[in-house]
Design a protein around this ligand. Structure first.
Ligand code: XBP
Ligand code: MG
Length: 259
């Protein structure tokens, strides 16, 4: 039996892309295509292609995978990594511009839950594969710059060498928070994210989106279609939410305390 003090929920760790906001198809994909066009490349990632490419986490890794698997005749420059880094830097500029234009809102229930969790004294963290500036600008554009201060740890991108589905980013966050996995819950949107969080020992809630809805989430505590708002409850896709209609701190404490 777990010790009582180990049962207290102390931290909440959020994935970003697909979890806080639907960033991929209208944000990252568009930014990649703009960067390719800037570089004079005729590469266009349409929606179905990008959906497939999303299996590879990390923008630089995704471009590398595309070159290797989709462009067998591409004459790689001698410094392929440098070439990819240049493209990816340009992509990040385009992505930040999209965020600053207000093109990418938070998903339902995200602002409500972040605010409640912050006010109730839970430690908050981000564990994301994306570039750090993408996260801080998303937060400041949607919630105001002060919201960055709600987070004890914002861990992103190349801060670890192995990206999701490896557990490294969640292990890093736990070390930085000074908490053990048992004291936290992770919130993810994808199978690779779930694998990463559970491999770090974290109990994980999955909030799916259009791209991830049909993935496999057996290891999740519960799978919902959104965090929910009053009057716009979530749909439970797997697991038992009892009478709850949205994910709030009380719900998190209950589900965390379950054996
Ligand atoms: C999702 C990712 C990211 C983004 C693109 O991250 O894999 O790579 O698609 O961002 P998560 P970058 O779900 O872990 O937040 O181009 O900055 O990598
Ligand atoms: Mg995600």
């Amino acid at each position: 039996m777990r010790k009582l003090e180990m049962c207290e929920l102390k931290g909440l760790i959020f994935d970003v892309d697909g979890t806080l906001a639907d960033t991929e198809q209208d944000g990252h994909r568009v930014a990649f295509n703009r960067a390719f066009a800037d570089a004079g490349l005729k590469w266009v990632w349409d929606v179905p292609t990008y959906e497939r490419l999303l299996r590879v986490f990390g923008g630089k890794e995704r471009i590398h995978h595309f070159i290797k698997d989709y462009l067998p005749d591409f004459e790689s420059p001698s410094d392929l990594q440098g070439f990819i880094r240049g493209l990816h830097n340009r992509k990040t500029q385009h992505y930040l511009e999209l965020l600053k234009s207000g093109a990418i809102p938070l998903r339902p229930g995200v602002e409500r839950l972040l605010l409640e969790a912050h006010q109730s004294g839970l430690k908050l963290a981000v564990a994301s594969t994306t570039t750090a500036e993408n996260v801080t600008v998303l937060l400041s554009e949607t919630l105001g710059e002060h919201s960055i201060g709600w987070f004890d740890v914002i861990a992103c991108g190349d801060i670890v060498s192995r990206k999701k589905p490896a557990p490294d980013i969640y292990e890093f966050v736990l070390r930085e928070l000074g908490l053990v996995a048992d004291e936290c819950i992770a919130i993810e949107d994808s199978q690779s994210g779930l694998l990463s969080a559970t491999a770090a020992g974290l109990r994980t809630i999955v909030t799916v989106n259009g791209s991830t809805r049909h993935q496999e989430f057996t290891a999740a505590l519960i799978v919902v279609d959104q965090l929910g708002e009053p009057g716009q409850g979530f749909e439970v896709l797997a697991g038992d939410a009892g009478d709850a209609t949205l994910i709030d701190v009380e719900f998190l404490r209950c589900i965390h305390a379950m054996p």
